[in-house]
Design a protein around this ligand. Structure first.
Ligand code: ASP
Ligand code: MG
Length: 426
């Protein structure tokens, strides 16, 4: 069943709302491209706000002085609001009296930081870092004169802090009951990246999770399509900030896209595709700088061999475990290692084992690595290298491998039929 309103979900990421000029451009894109459709607009935090919030949070949690970073963040949002909505003196009013306005949100953020307690790092992280999206959507909704909805009341998750798992039946029920009736009144703006628990606490869905939010909403509301508006021309075979001579895929299957996202192509959050594939909702990736250009259509399609895709994941850490008594790496040992990794929530990006050692490549997190070492130090000798990069070539050929490995010292490499991967220094 298609939604009778032919709902379109638009997602705008940090770069598309990085300042007042960017938000003005967003307004133009919405007015020109979205005219005549019911629109649900998902917005991320402005520019690098989430990083700044992480910094503020870490300082506050460690009991250090965070006021300078917080002040910059507050002033930045106030000044953008002031520029876009001068008649409201920097305040963006709530449409209903119950909804918090911009100044109220800024106050709530200050209060949260002032009342952090030691411990519960991940839980408190979510209560603080989620403010980036709340603030951004307040400003964007004001600029668009659109309805604002608090996504924490719409997307229900469990208590898996920083990677909330969606309670699909509850979310679908809530969204259908709340959002569908409002769509007739004009566009709706809501936050990406954040959800809420049954007990009213905020969760986040994982960094860069706003794409996933767009997919959750589209799935539950049976949207006609999702469009992710980006600063690139579509889904490219590599990140043009890193690699020269990129090519755009005009269309590509869900399956290929999932695999690219899984290997770390930062263009789309990995969890985004599945809900869309299940309900056969096409995903368009388009440029907010050139909104009429074709972009990429991700859908259920067949295509021939694709151009090799190059993916670089930085800030990687290579950890190797050796059994202390020169015993072989056994299933029993691996069980202990995997158990500890799951417990500290370090995800394996690549793994390899030899007789007496087992190596994994994982995203670097000092906090999680410390916990891992503390758990396993008694049983294993553990070495690790940081500041590494994991490169993946999907649909590789000899030339693409040569091109990428040339002049690099490979610390670990692995090849399957379609994929070539290696770890090297930054
Ligand atoms: N603002 C969040 C982040 O930077 C979510 C997103 O951008 O998708 O990770
Ligand atoms: Mg972002």
């Amino acid at each position: 069943m298609q939604n009778p309103n032919s709902l379109k979900v638009y997602k705008f990421g940090g770069a598309s709302v990085k300042d007042a000029a960017a938000i003005r451009n967003l307004v133009r894109v919405v007015q020109e491209q979205g005219a005549g459709s019911s629109l649900l607009i998902v917005v991320s935090a402005m520019g690098k706000t989430t990083n700044a919030l992480e910094e503020v949070f870490q300082l506050a949690h460690a009991g250090q002085d965070y006021t300078a970073v917080l002040h910059r963040l507050v002033e930045f949002h106030r000044s953008v609001a002031q520029e876009l909505l001068p008649e409201q003196a920097g305040e963006v009013p709530g449409r209903t009296p119950q909804e918090p306005g911009l100044n109220q949100l800024l106050e709530q953020l200050g209060d949260r930081l002032a009342t952090l307690t030691p411990g519960d790092f991940d839980k408190q992280y979510d209560q603080v870092v989620s403010f980036g999206e709340l603030l951004a959507t307040r400003i964007v909704a004001g600029a668009l004169d659109a309805q604002w909805l608090d996504c924490r009341l719409l997307v229900r998750t469990d208590h898996a802090w920083r990677e909330g798992r969606v309670d699909w039946p509850t979310t679908e029920r809530t969204l259908t009951a709340t959002v569908l009736p409002l769509l007739a009144q004009g566009p709706i703006v809501t936050q990406g990246f954040i959800g809420g628990t049954a007990s009213g606490l905020t969760t986040t869905l994982g960094r860069e999770g706003s794409d996933y939010t767009a997919a959750i909403l589209a799935y539950c509301l049976r949207a006609e399509s999702v469009t992710i508006w980006k600063d690139v021309a579509g889904l490219l075979n590599a990140d043009p900030k890193i690699f020269a001579d990129t090519v755009r895929y005009p269309e590509i299957s869900y399956q290929e896209t999932i695999e690219m996202a899984y290997y770390g192509a930062s263009v789309i959050h990995p969890k985004t595709i599945k809900p869309l594939a299940v309900r056969q909702i096409p995903l368009y990736v388009k440029s907010f700088l050139d909104p009429v250009a074709e972009g990429t259509k991700i859908h259920d399609c067949r295509h021939g061999l694709l151009a090799p895709a190059f993916i670089r994941k930085v800030n990687q850490c290579l950890v190797s475990f050796e059994s202390k008594d020169f015993a072989f790496i056994s299933e029993e040992n691996l069980e202990v290692i995997f158990g500890a990794l799951a417990q500290v929530r370090l995800k394996i990006n690549l793994m390899q084992n030899s007789a007496i050692s087992f190596s994994i490549c994982t995203d670097f997190s000092a906090y999680r690595l410390d916990k891992l070492l503390a758990t396993l130090r008694d049983q294993f000798t553990i070495h690790y290298n940081t500041d590494l990069a994991l490169y993946t070539i999907k649909n590789y050929d000899a030339a693409s491998i040569r091109q990428l490995t040339n002049g690099r010292e490979l610390l670990l490499e692995q090849r399957t039929r379609q994929t070539f991967q290696f770890v090297c220094r930054g």
